[in-house]
Design a protein around this ligand. Structure first.
Ligand code: AAL
Length: 407
């Protein structure tokens, strides 16, 4: 937690840090911008305004609109029925949950069989748990007990851009049409394979689904590998854009009359930053749900994150950033869908969240009332679970609670 706070403090105050070098004196132009009122100093508990540590300068530079409204905790529960844990089966990366004719629907990645990795016969074996997958779907009356309904979108014919695996899908409903966007891999599944994004649509959540003939999004084509080893993804002459290797975790949100396709980029020659893997998010925007999707010139739009978890909020777009990078475990908001600022740091948010799009999300944190996530039983088998998020805007020490007759 201390480490998280430290990371975020650095980032929140990065502007201030650029101009406020520690050796500068109190009288510099930059320091004049900080609020050094007695009230502010007292709130932050700063001992002496003439001797501000780097940390105190960062604290003074925190934006005033940072509230506790987006702070909270999460608990995760087992599902029942067909989505309960099943040995020998991979079910992971749940889509958002929607409700149609009184039934909740979710789509997810499904495969069977153990993962062998890249060492053996990659033509016939499974290199990742998400290799050799299809997109399945399930329905539920209460969001706890689920009935698996079957395949929604299957892998393509040999030679197609999606012939090896289709996985990590998201659902979007617009004007009576259902859209599933998802990751695609074409054989052979070498480590350097360039993952793309496909799209399928239907006039019913039960299908049948029509697939796009071509991917709707591809990696940037401006990196250069450093040698001829197809399984060496770290050796590069040039890394290229943040998404030069893979475009992942697609999620389309209708926003401001257009369609914003958020995605995770993976870069050729991926680095390791002071927050972990060098993973960032991008956005591509289209006038129509089926595209063409044009990548924003402002990409990347995050400097951290992993699976995409975005939703409309307060006239803008909110994003939960987890897993990788110096800003992991933060919630960020953007008025324009492109320029995101940190709103809170939250520990322990579930990974690969499938948000519940049926919730009234006008109140802060209400989006996390419940939704789906996945969990690793082990590297071979993953399963879908349900989370509950609880907003936490104040704290009470146990002894205080007892004194007030609480637990
Ligand atoms: C997920 C997603 C993508 C990755 C893998 C399967 O959680 O980030 O889909 O490729 O892990």
């Amino acid at each position: 937690m201390i480490r998280l706070r430290f990371s975020v403090a650095i980032l929140l105050a990065s502007l201030a840090m650029v101009c406020c070098q520690p050796q500068q004196q109190q009288t510099s132009d930059c320091d004049k911008e900080l609020d050094l009122s007695p009230e502010k100093l007292d709130y932050l508990g700063i001992t002496n305004k003439d001797y501000l540590s780097a940390a105190s300068k960062r604290a003074l530079a925190w934006p005033d609109d940072l509230t506790n409204e987006w702070f909270g905790t999460f608990q995760v529960y087992d599902l029942k029925g067909d989505l309960a844990y099943e040995e020998g089966v991979v079910r992971r990366d749940p889509s958002a949950v929607i409700k149609v004719d009184g039934l909740y629907y979710v789509w997810y990645t499904k495969s069977t069989g153990k993962t062998q990795g890249f060492e053996g016969d990659i033509e016939n074996e499974k290199v990742f748990p998400w290799d050799r997958c299809d997109i399945w779907y399930a329905t539920s009356e209460d969001g706890w007990t689920w009935k698996e309904e079957g395949v929604a979108v299957a892998r393509g014919e040999k030679g197609a851009y999606d012939d090896r695996s289709v996985f990590t899908t998201e659902i979007m409903v617009h004007e009576g049409t259902y859209y599933l966007c998802y990751q695609t891999v074409k054989s052979p599944y070498i480590k350097r394979v360039k993952n793309q994004v496909g799209l399928a649509w239907s006039d019913s959540p039960n299908g049948p689904w029509t697939k796009s003939e071509e991917p709707i999004l591809s990696p940037a084509d401006n990196g250069e590998w450093g040698n001829d080893d197809p399984n060496d993804r770290f050796s590069v002459k040039k890394k290229g854009d943040f998404d030069s290797h893979k475009v992942h975790d697609p999620c389309i949100i209708p926003f401001k009359g257009k369609f914003y396709l958020y995605y995770k980029g993976e870069q050729m020659g991926e680095g390791f930053t002071f927050g972990g893997r060098q993973i960032r998010h991008g956005v591509a925007i289209a006038d129509n749900p089926k595209g063409p999707y044009v990548k924003s010139k402002y990409n990347p739009i995050s400097n951290s994150g992993h699976e995409i978890c975005v939703w409309p909020q307060d006239g803008g777009i909110m994003s939960l950033i987890t897993t990788d990078g110096p800003e992991k475990n933060t919630i960020q908001w953007s008025p324009d869908g492109v320029n995101f600022e940190i709103k809170s740091v939250i520990p322990g948010a579930p990974h690969a969240i499938g948000l519940n799009r049926t919730l009234d999300t006008s109140e802060p944190f209400a989006i996390f009332d419940w939704g789906l996530t996945h969990q690793y039983k082990n590297y071979n088998w993953q399963y879908i679970r349900r989370f509950k998020g609880t907003q936490k805007t104040s704290h009470t020490a146990n002894s205080d609670a007892k004194a007030k007759g609480g637990k």
